[in-house]
Design a protein around this ligand. Structure first.
Ligand SMILES: *Cc1c(COP(=O)(O)O)cnc(C)c1O
Length: 475
């Protein structure tokens, strides 16, 4: 592709993106294709001859666009929404163009140092103390994996050298609540602790970890000869956004000398708000904290920030320098490859820098407050309706509720699942579900930059319409 063709196709592409961002509502938010439809429409064999970009792009529009679920649609109210904001998208484009690979300081001083600067800005925004340093990974799952690897290294120094099998170690134990994210399970699997090495601690009626249950579990494990390694507290659980009592958990971890990791992937950014300062209380005493700007901070996938007070432990768990990567840059030059598994690293910090500068603290706060207010409005409608029931407090921008018509209770799970499908099939909004206490629960999550009151109203109207239709059909 020569410069002239790049320029021409690039301009066309930016026009296409601008149109897309202006009106993603021309597409159904949840893709309506059937499994395999996309695969069978694409060529089965690779091309022998090169093709012009226009033709490739035409196939993108014709074949791939119908298979997109539009995370940038303002009716996206499922899971935790993520916004590819304008400045974030431009930052991502530029990062692709520059193709930086920041494994060593010298392979990209700018990417290495900008990463430290944006992490420090975000740290200040959410008011973590200056003792926290950090590193950027792709996802919270990988951040938590690295935090727990550091915890393991801390508890049994030298695991890096000898492995788990080579020594007669006691069984290692990690603790999280029943409501913690499955990434904690995956981390213990990958770290060789086994799923039975993870203790799921009971929650109270607000879905928050019970500190006394944690203390009991640790005492019991010690009596059985196990070694407690880490506690994962969640600030903003994935199902209900409940917040574990981090100060009480930090007390237990201090007493037991156990690594405390705080998973604040979604809700951590809310600590920017005066109204929500308390959500990270206690996190200042944690060893590590993860926050995902690609969730509620208008940064396109992917960017997860891991903060740690003991970067030296993280480094001890992973640092090794093969001959071909030795440098003479000295101790002030941070080599990001030393802080985890990946050697190659994308220039992720660039898009976050552009987002933070474009929105500014006030711009971000205004969006977060608006999302929280919209969630409260929706919760009020649910609360006022005789046949809908809210099942968890609304602390941030997620509402968990059930459709509870006067039918056999045994039928409710099936009816709620049917209602969700019916509403999602409209293509106007996309909601997701979870299971709480065995009950299928609907989840409406607000977090997109362009989600406004009309989108939340539309979701509510569709829920009521399809509920009466299903009820009439059932009766
Ligand atoms: C979304 C989420 C994760 C996983 O995030 P990824 O970045 O997709 O790995 C982990 N923990 C919590 C609490 C989450 O909400």
């Amino acid at each position: 592709m020569d410069a002239a063709s790049f320029r021409r196709s690039g301009h066309d592409l930016v026009d296409w993106i601008a149109d897309y961002l202006e009106s993603p509502e021309r597409y159904p938010v949840l893709s309506q294709v059937a499994p395999h439809a996309i695969r069978s429409a694409l060529g089965a064999a690779p091309p022998d001859e090169g093709e012009p970009f226009e033709r490739i792009f035409a196939d993108f529009e014709r074949i791939l666009v119908p298979g997109l679920t539009h995370w940038n649609h303002p009716g996206f109210l499922a899971y935790f929404p993520s916004t590819g904001s304008g400045p974030g998208i431009l930052g991502e484009c530029l990062a692709a163009a520059l193709n930086q690979q920041a494994m060593l300081w010298r392979t990209s001083p700018a990417a290495t140092e900008l990463e430290q600067v944006v992490l420090d800005w975000l740290r200040q925004l959410i008011d973590l103390p200056p003792g926290f340093d950090g590193v950027i990974y792709d996802t919270a799952s990988i951040s938590t994996f690295h935090a727990l690897a550091a915890a393991r290294e801390h508890a049994v120094p030298g695991v890096m050298l000898h492995g788990l099998a080579a020594r007669s170690l006691p069984p290692l134990r990690v603790y999280c609540s029943e409501q913690a994210h499955s990434s904690v399970d995956k981390a213990v699997i990958a770290l060789g602790l086994g799923k039975s090495g993870l203790r799921k601690i009971a929650v109270d009626e607000l879905f928050q970890m019970r500190p006394e249950a944690l203390a009991d579990a640790i005492t019991r494990d010690r009596a059985d000869g196990c070694l407690p390694v880490a506690v994962v507290a969640t600030v903003g659980t994935t199902s209900t956004t409940s917040v574990d009592p981090v100060p009480a958990l930090a007390d237990i971890c201090a007493r037991e000398r156990v690594w405390l990791h705080v998973d604040a992937a979604y809700a951590g950014v809310a600590a920017m708000l005066a109204s929500h300062k308390d959500v990270l209380h206690g996190a200042e005493r944690a060893e590590s904290v993860v926050v995902n700007p690609h969730k509620w901070l208008f940064t396109p996938m992917d960017l997860s920030a891991l903060y740690a007070r003991r970067m030296d432990v993280l480094r001890a768990a992973f640092a090794l320098t093969p001959e071909y990567l030795q440098t003479s840059d000295g101790p002030d030059a941070r080599n990001l490859m030393d802080y985890g598994i990946p050697l190659g690293r994308r220039f992720r910090a660039l898009k976050l820098w552009m987002v933070l500068r474009s929105f500014g603290r006030r711009g971000i706060e205004a969006h977060l407050l608006r999302h929280i207010e919209l969630a409260r409005r929706f919760a009020e409608w649910v609360d006022a309706h005789p046949h809908f029931t809210r099942v968890a407090p609304v602390r941030f921008s997620v509402v968990c509720f059930r459709w509870t018509p006067a039918v056999e209770p045994a039928a409710l799970n099936r009816l709620n699942a049917a209602l969700l499908d019916a509403v999602n099939r409209t293509g106007d909004v996309f909601l997701s579900q979870t299971i709480l206490d065995g009950h299928v629960t609907l989840r409406l999550a607000i977090g997109h930059e362009r989600t406004m009151i009309e989108h939340v109203e539309r979701a509510w109207t569709l829920l009521q319409e399809h509920a009466s239709r299903l009820h009439a059909g059932a009766g």
